[in-house]
Design a protein around this ligand. Structure first.
Ligand SMILES: *Cc1c(COP(=O)(O)O)cnc(C)c1O
Length: 253
């Protein structure tokens, strides 16, 4: 069985279906925080013996980061393989890499698709105990990550200061946008990623989507009931964020 929290990465159920796996989607708390082990036990929906479980940390699409201590408690209680999907971790305060080294049934997943801008190359990796990685070698596709992708990934690592400056710039813009939107009446969820999930004032989120679009500002809206009241805003350049703020002021004004 493949298990994950909702809302989180939309591809888990799709990939589980492709592989004919049973799936178990367990809701996060209403503020998108992680239920504690005690709450998961009492709720009975989470299966501590599931063969494979995913935690998206920081979470997408909410942006919320989960403290390593909370993740560690879940790792300790979980019997099956647990993947900590850290696709957005470069924008976060903490990372959980140590948990993959501490627990033999835990893998940390990383990708070059987000913070390193290589999504067209599809380069990602797992970190975990040798025995678990050996098991992955047995079931993975016989072909490796493509050669150009490997070259591109290594090239990003040879210029880490450039990327780290970028992460800091994106985080600074995220904090500024959070403050400005909050001052305008948006409810902004705390974000540890390169996007914000916000509940807009005055009009429904779907209406905001259309109003912003007519001013050539593109944001995301998701129809799933848990998040249909929110907009997801990707952190762009300062000029792009200023354009968003100008459009929002016009819409409200
Ligand atoms: C983008 C993303 C991935 C997958 O990245 P790849 O492009 O397949 O390496 C995995 N998990 C989450 C949460 C993502 O947002």
């Amino acid at each position: 069985m493949v298990q994950y929290f909702t809302p989180s990465y939309s591809l888990y159920p799709v990939l589980a279906d492709i592989h004919g796996a049973q799936r178990n989607a367990v809701p996060l708390k209403p503020d998108f925080s992680l239920p504690s082990v005690g709450e998961l036990k009492r709720g009975k929906a989470w299966d501590f013996r599931a063969a494979l479980s995913y935690v998206t940390t920081p979470n997408a699409p909410s942006g919320r980061g989960y403290p390593v201590a909370e993740l560690d408690a879940l790792c300790q209680a979980q019997k099956g393989v647990l993947v900590l999907d850290e696709a957005y971790v470069d924008f976060a305060r903490e990372n959980a890499l140590a948990l993959a080294l501490k627990h033999p049934h835990v893998l940390v997943a990383r990708t070059f698709s987000k913070a390193y801008s290589l999504c067209f190359q599809r380069v990602g990796y797992f970190v975990g105990h040798a025995q678990l990685v050996d098991a992955l070698h047995k079931i993975r596709d016989s072909y490796n990550v493509n050669g150009l992708g490997q070259v591109a990934a290594v090239a990003t690592l040879s210029d880490l200061p450039y990327y780290r400056r970028n992460f800091r710039r994106i985080i600074a813009t995220r904090e500024r946008l959070t403050a400005e939107l909050t001052a305008m009446g948006f409810q902004v969820l705390p974000s540890q990623t390169n996007f914000l999930l916000v509940k807009p004032p005055r009009f429904r989120a779907q209406k905001w989507l259309a109003k912003l679009r007519s001013r050539k500002v593109l944001v995301r809206w998701f129809s799933q009931p848990e998040i249909s009241g929110y907009l997801r805003i990707t952190i762009g350049t300062d000029a792009e964020m200023d354009a968003l703020l100008r459009a929002a002021r016009h819409i409200l004004g």
